[in-house]
Design a protein around this ligand. Structure first.
Ligand SMILES: N[C@@H](CCC(=O)N[C@@H](CSC=O)C(=O)NCC(=O)O)C(=O)O
Length: 280
């Protein structure tokens, strides 16, 4: 299906392009953005997926994090999917943590969500195929994945489930144990139903115990994050990695909160982490 250009914005010698398209997976129109670094004009470049958090679109990280500067420096293309399907006719909830803007990167099996909320298939299959077609210099053999909060959960779980697709992984303040915290329990009950054996397939702590990854997992977490104790609980992932023998760095950052002031402070280090792993 053809991509409809929405916007193109010059940035650090490259450009951010925003597209709409009819998604087969989500059975709706989806919007995403791609940052092409200047190097993409003359040859293949690696591709980093940035998965955003609750309430976000492609725009939050593009406008607030300064990611383009580092993507241009390292010659990394970055893809920014939306966090859910949207629009009239797409199910929603009055809470900010379920429905539109809160897809949790899973394929819903329950009504009324299953008709459109197929974010795992969208992000791991449909959108990569479109990127490979539309951007000939996107080197799809060199992909990494990162994200913030709900998007950090997406990055960790999709890497652990599709480790052949994503060579490198990192996360900012991720939800590491959605089966054990209110955000995840609410979303998984709605999208996946009450059978918690289905939930475990989308929980980074459970997945890493089933199989480790060769990638070095990098996590940054603000120590002054108001969601830290109730929703994020990074030590659960530290413990799961220790039990599994998985290499991980969980860096607690004193004084930092959950916002994009935090993400923008460390985005350069995450871009360097991915560039090192993804270099040709
Ligand atoms: N509105 C909510 C909080 C929503 C929020 O903090 N969203 C974060 C991601 S949280 C986990 O996925 C975010 O990235 N917001 C966008 C931004 O630009 O900051 C509340 O009232 O608590």
């Amino acid at each position: 299906m053809a991509l409809q250009p929405v916007q193109a914005i010059a940035s650090f010698g490259g450009k951010v392009e925003v597209f709409d398209h009819a998604s087969d997976a989500c059975n709706s129109t989806m919007r995403f953005a791609v940052y092409s670094p200047p190097q993409a004009a003359s040859g293949p470049v690696p591709v980093l997926w940035y998965l955003s958090g609750l309430t976000c679109t492609w725009a939050n990280v593009n406008e607030k994090s300064g990611i383009q500067r580092y993507a241009a420096e390292h010659g990394t293309m970055v893809v920014f999917p939306d966090t859910s399907p949207r629009g009239e006719g797409v199910a929603d909830d009055e809470g900010y943590d379920l429905g539109q803007g809160a897809g949790f990167y899973v394929d819903a099996t329950q009504d009324p969500w299953a008709e459109h909320f197929q974010m795992e298939t969208y992000v791991t299959k449909e959108l990569p195929a479109l990127i490979g077609e539309r951007f000939p210099n996107a080197d799809m053999a060199r992909q990494g994945i990162t994200g913030h909060s709900m998007g950090g959960h997406g990055a960790l779980t999709l890497h652990l489930k599709y480790r052949d697709s994503y060579v490198s992984v990192s996360a900012f303040s991720p939800i590491v144990a959605p089966t054990q915290v209110p955000w995840g329990q609410k979303a998984f009950t709605a999208y996946l139903g009450s059978d918690t054996t289905q939930w475990a397939k989308h929980d980074a702590c459970e997945l890493v115990k089933q199989a480790t990854t060769k990638a070095h997992i990098l996590i940054d977490q603000g120590a002054a994050d108001n969601f830290l104790d109730e929703q994020l609980r990074p030590q659960l992932f530290g413990d799961a990695c220790a039990e599994a023998g998985q290499e991980v760095s969980i860096r607690m950052r004193e004084g930092y909160d959950h916002s994009y002031y935090f993400v923008s402070s460390f985005i350069g280090e995450h871009m360097a982490h991915h560039a090192k792993a993804l270099k040709a």
